[in-house]
Design a protein around this ligand. Structure first.
Ligand SMILES: Nc1ncnc2c1ncn2[C@@H]1O[C@H](COP(=O)(O)OP(=O)(O)O)[C@@H](O)[C@H]1O
Ligand SMILES: [Mg+2]
Ligand SMILES: [Zn+2]
Ligand SMILES: [Zn+2]
Length: 319
């Protein structure tokens, strides 16, 4: 099976079918000859190496890269292995027999198969043959995605999902998804849904008071928060906002409401004068009682740079 001294033969233990394979079957890749074994992503064990192979030995668990690299041509020297002119590039399952087989011959093994670090599952590692690097390089690096950027990933198939993971965009995606969900459920929940009610309360409180709170909502608020809990949320939000408007003299106010299906959490944070240690407590007591009644809590704290942080949280049982 060894043809060149730089070859390794690998017993394939985990393999994938890539979208590219489907393109080949559809006829989009005419240079692939009929009868070629497809597949360019795999994890396996080295069974044989050519005389010139230095970095792996028989018995090693390895990742087979979708891209083979000679390491010597000017493209390889630039790190553009996909353009390799020395007999590498994308050749597996394309120009030569690929990984969807029991054994595969990998040319230029020194730079084209990689020993797995201990403790890495084969089925996890195989994602690094093509999908993750593609998503990271093409989507995140070439797309100039930086921490804190908001992006839309169009087409959340395997590569799209990998792009999300590699960009550590889970948080952003959560917001996008819940926003989309909010838009979708707008018709049914236009008047009665918790999201819509929150926006109304904020809109009603803000105009006269000269402040416009920022609002952030996350999770399936319209479906996972039962009506009676939603009523409490609206009452607490109204009281909290009226307190900010009447007492806080705040420059900024942030409203955050979210649910993970287990609890609903409302936070109203302002940068105003803060709550004096003693004095009347009627609205505040009312909010605490509403939380206790539902098995939750009200927490009032002072943020590091002053003001008031009110966090009201209660459990919800998924309907
Ligand atoms: N966001 C806030 N910023 C500053 N002070 C606040 C805030 N919320 C409440 N307070 C203070 O706490 C007191 C008690 O609030 P509350 O129980 O709602 O009663 P009320 O609003 O009727 O005065 C208020 O009178 C006010 O002094
Ligand atoms: Mg009050
Ligand atoms: Zn692929
Ligand atoms: Zn090369």
């Amino acid at each position: 099976m060894i043809k060149d001294p730089t070859d390794a033969v690998v017993r394939v233990d985990a393999v994938t079918i890539c979208g590219t394979d489907l393109h080949i079957l559809k006829g989009d890749v005419p240079e692939t000859r009929p009868g070629t074994v497809l597949g360019h992503e795999a994890v396996g064990q080295v069974v044989e190496t050519g005389a010139d192979v230095r970095t792996v030995r028989p018995g090693d668990e390895v990742l087979i890269s979708c891209i083979t690299a000679c390491g010597r041509c000017r493209f390889c020297k630039d790190g553009a292995y996909g353009q390799c002119r020395g007999g590498g590039g994308w050749i597996l399952g394309h120009l030569i027999d690929g990984t969807q087989a029991e054994y595969v011959r990998v040319p230029h093994a020194d730079l084209s198969v990689h020993r797995l670090p201990g403790g890495v599952e084969k089925h996890d590692a195989v994602l690094f043959a093509d999908i993750f690097p593609t998503a990271y390089e093409v989507g995140v690096t070439n797309g100039n995605v930086r921490p804190g950027d908001t992006v839309a990933v169009v087409g959340a198939g395997p590569v799209g999902l990998a792009a999300i993971l590699t960009a550590r965009l889970d948080e952003t995606i959560k917001i996008i998804r819940s926003t989309i969900f909010g838009l979708r459920s707008r018709e049914t929940a236009a008047r009665s849904g918790l999201r819509a009610r929150v926006m109304r309360v904020v809109g009603e409180t803000a105009p006269g008071s000269g402040f416009a709170p920022s609002v952030r909502m996350e999770g399936l608020l319209d479906t996972q928060v039962p009506k009676d809990v939603a009523d409490h949320v609206i009452a607490v939000l109204g009281e909290a906002l009226s307190n900010v408007a009447r007492h806080a003299r705040a420059g900024r106010t942030a409203v955050a409401l979210g649910t993970d299906g287990r609890e609903v959490r409302l936070a109203v944070v302002d940068d105003g004068v803060g709550i004096p240690p003693d004095g009347r407590r009627s609205g505040l007591r009312n909010m605490a009682e509403r939380a206790e009644q539902l098995g939750g809590s009200l927490e009032l704290t002072t943020p590091a740079d002053g003001g008031t942080s009110l966090v009201w949280r209660v459990p919800v049982n998924e309907p």
